[in-house]
Design a protein around this ligand. Structure first.
Ligand code: PLP
Length: 458
């Protein structure tokens, strides 16, 4: 058990991401102390099955010595090397080369960021520079999806389509626009896959027509909308959006911060639809959370547009002290070895077991919709299966789910709208997946049996 002083110090000093600050103080921190495989241990000694891979990032599970060794060895040899002034380190170069090889054909150039938010922010800056350099300075407006998440930088949080990131932050900016999410369960056109795809293409075209094609720079989208509650678009959606962007003369940015590195099956979700975006943002699974790092990949066309712009003897003024950090790059190389050494294949082999577990809970009294892409899944809970009405926030469903899950030894994401998010490590074995499904089902049963929840069910 941790001394109260640690929890007190947290209350007094540590600001936590995306929490109600006073609410967190009242609740107090849950301190995690170690991890091994799929399991985390907390300060009270509880062992918890991590069905969310940290924050959908620890794709390889905890405790891989090869990754620890790669970091330690790099720290001993050269803990830091700047990329400024044409310096470089071997891991950063090797990692850029490897990402160019692994990513969809055409993405050849790599800029390293520190995580996903500044990957998105960097992509935005590159896009502005590109269109200016190409002599198209009016192309500044950006379109994204409702409920999309693209990080919380000053500009990225406005591309994000979640009200929580806009409220009291004066966002979105007037150059940031959103179109409806490809959300079959709740789409105005119904759940027919082709109708949802057609509606998205039509909405993008209508938005561009409204703003004027000469004014639109890019369309940002996640191949699967993770923070929206794991919204999985119909197969063919990304390809159709790629086609529409090309037709409209706007850039496509695929934000694969969650979907990259085997989360949906292949190394990148774009592969499923044979799509090469103009830019791709990465983070999370790149280092499997063992060290901070993100990346922006771009085609030679975008690279050349910037490189060969006016006054191109002057620096492209974008950078960060830790861009291409050698320790993070060494970690990423070791993590890629693990993906290619069997973990990616394991994720593909394990996904059907997750699908079977989800199929078995589809008829559960709380479950309105289940959706899955590889080792990424969402379970949307509703108070009324016919009207699809969500639970009244007063019921406190997300908190009940998280607490009951914790008591049952499982951590998952309990979204504010009552959706459960699952993103277990793609290294998950059969026994751990069976435990995940058993603990999740038990949690759903226990929550459904609570008096306030029963009273709210229609
Ligand atoms: N883009 C997507 C699709 C994400 O899911 C996230 C984080 O969850 C981000 C960007 C931001 O990444 P980070 O939290 O590393 O800044």
């Amino acid at each position: 058990m941790f001394s109260n002083s640690l929890i007190e110090a947290d209350r007094r000093h540590l600001i936590h991401p995306v929490t109600a600050w006073r609410g967190h103080e009242a609740r107090g921190a849950t301190v995690l102390t170690s991890g091994q495989g799929m399991y985390l241990t907390d300060g009270d000694g509880n062992r918890l099955l991590d069905a969310f891979a940290g924050l959908w990032c620890v794709n390889i599970g905890y405790g891989h010595e090869s990754v620890v060794e790669a970091a330690a060895e790099q720290m001993r040899r050269l803990p830091y090397a700047t990329g400024y002034f044409s310096f470089a380190s071997e891991p950063a170069i090797r990692l850029a080369e490897r990402l160019a090889e692994l990513s969809p054909p055409g993405l050849e150039r790599v800029y390293f960021s520190l995580g996903g938010s500044d990957a998105v922010d960097s992509a935005l800056r590159f896009i502005v520079n590109y269109w200016n350099a190409k002599g198209r300075p009016t192309k500044k407006q950006v379109i994204a999806l409702d409920k999309g998440y693209h990080g919380s930088s000053s500009n990225g949080a406005g591309i994000t389509g979640l009200p929580a990131f806009h409220r009291l932050f004066d966002l979105p900016h007037d150059w940031q626009h959103h179109i409806p999410a490809p959300y079959p369960y709740r789409h105005a056109v119904g759940s027919d896959p082709q109708a949802v795809i057609d509606a998205s293409v039509a909405a993008l075209k209508a938005k561009v027509a409204d703003i004027g094609a000469d004014n639109v720079a890019a369309f940002f989208a996640e191949p699967v909308q993770g923070s929206a509650g794991v919204i999985v678009p119909p197969r063919g959606w990304l390809r159709a959006m790629r086609g529409a962007c090309s037709e409209l003369g706007i850039l496509l940015v695929a934000d694969e911060v969650i979907t990259g590195f085997g989360r949906t099956g292949p190394m990148f979700a774009c592969e499923t639809e044979d799509v090469t975006p103009d830019l791709m943002t990465l983070a999370k699974g790149l280092t499997a959370g063992y060290a901070p790092m993100g990346a922006v990949l771009m085609t030679d066309e975008i690279y050349a547009g910037i490189a060969d712009g006016p006054d191109n003897h002057l620096p492209v003024g974008h950078g960060a002290t830790y861009s291409g950090h050698p320790v993070s790059a060494a970690v990423a190389l070791a993590v890629l070895d693990l993906y290619e050494g069997g973990i990616l294949a394991n994720g593909i082999a394990r996904a059907p077991q997750l699908a079977a577990g989800l199929a078995a809970i589809t008829d559960h009294p709380l479950v309105g919709d289940v959706r899955q892409a590889g080792m990424l899944a969402g379970i949307e809970l509703v108070a009324d299966k016919v009207s699809k009405a969500r639970f009244d926030p007063a019921v406190g469903l997300p908190d009940k789910l998280a607490r009951t899950g914790y008591a049952n030894g499982i951590i998952f994401r309990a979204f504010a709208d009552g959706t459960i998010g699952l993103a277990p490590a793609i290294s998950c074995d059969e026994t751990d997946m069976a435990a995940l499904i058993e603990r999740l089902t038990r949690t759903l049963d226990e929550v459904a049996d609570m008096a306030e929840v029963r009273a709210a069910l229609r």
